[in-house]
Design a protein around this ligand. Structure first.
Ligand code: NQM
Length: 368
């Protein structure tokens, strides 16, 4: 016997996964997580018995419901299902999956289109973060076709604009959780080096690739095969996780580790992000916002490497392995160290609609 659960399978930005109406999943969190593991086929390196794509970017789930707070249209809970472990992490955000939330709500009747374009306020429950998301809805229906291109996704699609309203200190206590814009750390097996520990939507540890004897322009395949580098990054992550007030992060999917280097494609900075054990093919949305913020802050590890435009509205172009990601950061003209707003462009697409089946031995479904 199997239990069917309604779901839409969607791409959001450079990520992909099933989206559910929260009411269709178990209310009990431990049971919900067992159901999500079964849906995705975890724990298994290949996720052969589920919908997961055997990579952190394709092992993500979106859970959506009508907003419960004043002014909020939709609540979004993001779940990172760890590929090879029985772990479902709802602590961090995913700005890529976020791009598919409004299309999901319009497709499933959780929200109604407002005209040619529909702007809805979404609260990401993971980190209590609000943003306004604008989707093209000509004739009252979501349009997926369009001319917007994002690196890491073939072709073009309708633009989805995300305007983040409050990102500082998403998981950490503040933007700079160690209290400093630059830390000197000394870790056994790694040596002494400078890092910037920062969270403007995603907890990140940024460090110069050159300090670990790398260029920062290596291919994803080369970095994923670089066991020596990955071992040192993990030692550094465990150490800086404590410095950032995150405790023991050995079983957590954050902080992510970001190698930086001078831009070489006309952008503002070059990056290679580990999320946290696999190198990202591009860069996460909130990771890009966080990297861009570090570039704007005086005295961070990006100083002398990043090229940042003048003016108080700054398009920061973050180069990554498959192209670049531009985030528009608005700084307070009176206090240029204060990033007030981040806006960016994504695309999304409905790939499949239907029911995903989970063994009844795991869940027998919501009883009517
Ligand atoms: O940083 C990858 C992704 C992400 C998260 C990750 C994301 C973000 O590219 O907002 O989008 O960091 O695990 O989907």
């Amino acid at each position: 016997m199997q239990t069917p659960i309604s779901c839409l399978f969607m791409r959001g930005g450079t990520s992909r996964g099933p989206f559910f109406n929260a009411a269709d999943l178990p209310a009990d969190i431990a049971l919900r997580d067992r159901v999500l593991l079964a849906v995705m086929g975890s724990p298994d390196r290949r996720q052969i018995d589920g919908l997961g794509g055997a990579n952190p970017l394709t092992s993500k789930v979106g859970i959506v419901s009508r907003g419960k707070s004043p002014g909020v249209d939709l609540d979004f809970l993001f779940a990172q299902v760890v590929v090879a472990e029985s772990v479902v992490d709802t602590t961090p955000n995913c700005g890529n999956m976020l791009a598919a939330v409004v299309p999901f709500a319009l497709e499933t009747g959780l929200a109604q289109a407002q005209g040619e374009n529909t702007t809805l306020r979404v609260l990401t429950l993971n980190t209590d973060m609000q943003c306004d998301v604008t989707v093209a809805t000509p004739g009252g229906r979501v349009s997926y076709a369009g001319e917007a291109k994002i690196d890491g996704v073939p072709g073009s699609a309708a633009p989805i604009k995300i305007n983040f309203l409050d990102t500082a200190g998403s998981v950490c206590s503040s933007l700079l959780p160690t209290g400093r814009v630059l830390d000197e750390v000394s870790v056994e097996g790694v040596g002494a080096l400078q890092v910037t520990c920062i969270d403007n939507g995603m907890p990140l540890v940024m460090l110069r690739a050159a300090d670990l004897g790398r260029t920062g322009y290596e291919s994803v395949a080369d970095l994923n095969a670089d066991i020596e580098l990955k071992t040192r990054l993990e030692a550094l992550r465990l150490h800086t996780g404590k410095l950032m007030g995150l405790g023991d992060v050995s079983k957590k999917t954050y902080p992510k580790m970001c190698l930086i280097a001078a831009p070489r494609e006309g952008g503002s900075i070059a990056t290679r992000c580990f999320i946290p054990h696999v190198c990202h093919d591009a860069i996460g949305v909130l990771a890009a916002v966080t990297v861009g913020t570090a570039c704007v802050l005086e005295g961070s590890v990006a100083a002398g490497i990043a090229t940042v435009p003048a003016g108080h509205v700054k398009p920061v172009s973050v180069e990554h392995p498959t192209g670049e990601f531009t985030v528009e950061l608005e700084v307070d003209p009176a206090h240029p160290q204060n990033v007030m707003r981040a806006a960016l462009l994504r695309t999304a697409r409905l790939i499949m609609r239907g029911e995903v089946m989970v063994p009844a031995a795991i869940w027998e479904g919501n009883k009517a």
